[in-house]
Design a protein around this ligand. Structure first.
Ligand SMILES: *Cc1c(COP(=O)(O)O)cnc(C)c1O
Length: 397
């Protein structure tokens, strides 16, 4: 292989990423095994529906769901999940989206779950209806989501409920699942960044969520523009139909196995998801990464990351640096670096050569977080030296 980076040829600087698998920094750094699988996949023609059927089997095995679909990211999975909840098997509704005014298209969402990614649900044509007070979620009080808050918002216009799961919100998930189930509406769970731990691949499905979205380009280590929608077979099938290229002759079209043609009154046209098709390379790359992720030994990997962080902490000796182990973060160990004007130090590091990124998640409380999730070991020493210099300069001022 040539040593010339395509980024050098393009004049684009490579960065040291200690901020985590952020999409804007290119997400995961893929293992060579995943890269090789994608390259091999690119060199043949296959039926994408047949490939997604195979993917469904692998995703089902990894998540415990009935079915699964490779998408172009968790955001795409959310749009498709919303579109599937609205259209189900109705090809006329599939053809109409995102214009959903003529039929039921409301999705309930806790006001405290309205993340920036809720836009992905609305992009389907769904109308989002805020519910609940969830004082526990906002920190204002003791009460979380209550069943009656969902029930009071139900109407024939409601097609689903959405739930953004994380370590804090998960306590409300059983109430959402039980109430949605009792009332026959699917619950869509955004679990995009809830890996690791790998147990979460199964956890929300096990609890009874109907559809769960994961990012493929974050901790899973798959292609940046990949994701997973796992869940109920009928809903995943509807999502698949709305993503596939449907420039097909109805007489010769062979639907994917996931799709029971008897449920369709016609052959769908290109759907709402056609603009974010998953390619054969992404599908194979995601499945290869998923298999590696499931088989990986998290404890050993986290112990190795912790040793690297201890060395970086030693190099930052004299500054206020705290190692937070994986047992406390619930994912990978991180270093918390306390500095008065965190954003100024972060900005300076980003302007360095090479540019360096720390997580700004806790900058408001004067902490920059060194997240080693996609940090390459060969960058450790250079990273530590640059942070040391930036901290020294910050404390001189
Ligand atoms: C990253 C993220 C997404 C979007 O994931 P992509 O795979 O980049 O589309 C959605 N929701 C949450 C909570 C996320 O963290």
């Amino acid at each position: 292989m040539s040593d010339t980076s395509p980024y050098d040829l393009l004049g684009v600087r490579r960065r040291i990423n200690a901020a985590g698998a952020l999409t804007r920094l290119g997400g995961a750094v893929m293992a060579t095994e995943v890269v090789a699988a994608m390259a091999a996949a690119s060199r043949a023609s296959v039926d994408i529906g047949e490939l997604q059927d195979a993917a469904s089997g692998r995703i089902a095995a990894a998540t415990g769901a009935e079915a699964g679909l490779v998408t172009t990211g968790a955001a795409a999975a959310l749009t498709l999940a919303a579109a599937a909840s609205i259209a189900r098997w109705d090809v006329a509704k599939m053809a109409a989206l995102p214009h959903a005014g003529a039929f039921a298209h409301d999705i309930l969402i806790l006001r405290t779950h309205r993340t920036g990614y809720a836009h992905a649900l609305a992009a389907s044509g769904a109308r989002l209806i805020d519910i609940g007070h969830n004082d526990r979620g906002t920190g204002a009080g003791v009460r979380g989501l209550e069943a009656w808050e969902i029930e009071a918002a139900l109407s024939p216009a409601v097609v689903a409920m959405a739930f953004s799961v994380n370590a804090n919100s998960v306590v409300d998930l059983p109430t959402a699942i039980a109430t949605c189930r009792a009332n026959g509406i699917p619950l869509i769970v955004d679990a995009a960044a809830q890996l690791p731990p790998k147990e979460n691949l199964r956890r929300f499905i096990d609890m009874g969520a109907d559809l769960v979205a994961f990012s493929g380009g974050k901790a899973l280590g798959g292609p940046q523009a990949s994701g997973i929608l796992a869940g109920r077979r009928d809903l995943v099938a509807s999502a698949l139909l709305q993503q596939l290229d449907m420039d097909v002759a109805p007489d010769t079209w062979t639907p994917p196995r996931l799709v029971d043609r008897a449920n369709l009154r016609g052959v769908p046209h290109h759907g709402i998801g056609r603009g974010f098709k998953a390619g054969k390379e992404e599908i194979v790359g995601l499945l290869t990464a998923l298999e590696r992720f499931v088989e990986a030994d998290d404890a050993t990997a986290n112990a190795a990351l912790q040793v690297r962080l201890e060395e970086i902490a030693t190099a930052l000796n004299g500054f206020d640096v705290k190692l937070v182990p994986a047992s406390q973060t619930g994912r990978v160990p991180v270093l918390e670096i306390a500095v008065p004007d965190a954003l100024a130090v972060s900005a300076k590091l980003q302007k360095g050569d090479p540019p360096i990124h720390l997580s700004e998640r806790h900058a408001a409380r004067g902490v920059l977080t060194l997240d080693p999730q996609v940090l390459l070991p060969e960058h450790d020493a250079q990273l530590a030296a640059a942070i040391r210099e930036a901290l020294a300069a910050a404390f001189r001022n």
